[in-house]
Design a protein around this ligand. Sequence first.
Ligand code: DAH
Length: 452
Amino acid sequence: MAACRNVTRMVHCGQIVSPWGLQIKRAASLSHAWCRSIASDFASRTPTANTVELLGKPYISDSYSNITKKILSKVGKNLHNRKHHPLWLIKERVKDHFYKQYIGRFGTPLFSVYDDLPPVVTVEQNFDSLLIPQDHPSRKKGDNYYLNQTHMLRAHTSAHQWDLMHSGLDAFLVVGDVYRRDQIDGTHYPVFHQMEGVRLFSNHELFNNVSGGESFCLFEQGHRTPHKQEMHTMEAAKLLEYSLKLALTKLVAHLFGDGLEIRWVDCYFPFTHPSFEMEINFQGEWMEVLGCGVMEQQLVNSAGAENKIGWAFGLGLERLAMILYGIPDIRLFWSEDARFLKQFHVPHVNQKIQFKPFSKYPPVINDISFWLPSDKYSENDFYDLVRTIGGDIVEKVELIDEYTHPETKRVSHCYQITYRHLERTLTQKEVSNIHHTIEQSVVQELGVEGRF
Ligand code: DAH
């Protein structure tokens, strides 16, 4: 146990500031087999061997490489393609909705769906293609998993927008696993799943689509549906915004049923303007479930669709599934436990499911505190290390105390680590072993001075 006494209390806020500069509670997921191999796993993040092989391709490591073995082991799991998995169910429900709602000229679905694009993308695809500036904070090594300076695990499915538009597509959905270095708690996991949607229109198509007999009754509360006559005079950008909000309102109404309360929050993304987040009222709390906006014309033009305008959105599948099915902890998505998986074996994807939690096993809580190194220290490095060593038995890591020594000005952090296995009771001995290994590694790998 760490020495946490005599230190000042710090309030640690569960919310994070998203890389785009807005407050987002991000959805993630969680994994079953807790990691048994210990310090050597973490060591893999420092590129000793100078190539990493991923999905059959070698990547030469450099000073950017920071992918742990734990993360590598998630690549290719494709939970969203696993039949009857809750993430698969959500994907199928959204697909179903889009296929039925949007029919192309020949009676075929308008949207095409891509759910097996490899998660390794270039830094250019993930950032540059989306007009994200070179010095934008979302590019930080501390927030992403880089294979090297040129390649990374996608941080969002938006990384595929440009290529798909460039290949001539006007309407598509992309579903996939995305990777971000992050804090550890019940709603954050370094691998989670997103669905991207893009729709491009000619001016003519836009007007016909929006005014063409669609039902407007589902529109956000407090917003009046524009009359057909009014639409004639609306600017294309306003019409696009309207079309986007309508499409997404219908989607969540399809998923959650009528009576759902939603609200739109203005926000900022480099690739859309205007940009919004949709929040839904879940048991009295507003939860952000998606980001969206009218696509920046420069982006559309650069992908070769100069004569088109469009909108795009990105939604977090875990977040939706947690709300929709009442799944209490993001790690459960990675569970192989039949008591979890069986509950989603339903004959129809639209069948209502309310997850029945199986008994919660007791947690074991240990603290760790250390003096930070005088040079750079990143909290995400610490979280990665804890996740790599502790695996999915780590339920939560919380910074509970921060202390600055009045004379030396050195800073000490104290974190509380909650260990809990989802499927059995942990013994204090096995937790102590893991906790001790974390203590050793944190000193070795991050250069901190332990106060153990
Ligand atoms: N890529 C954003 C994220 O991960 C979500 C997003 C926002 C996607 C706006 C979009 C969009 O396509 O237009 O936070």
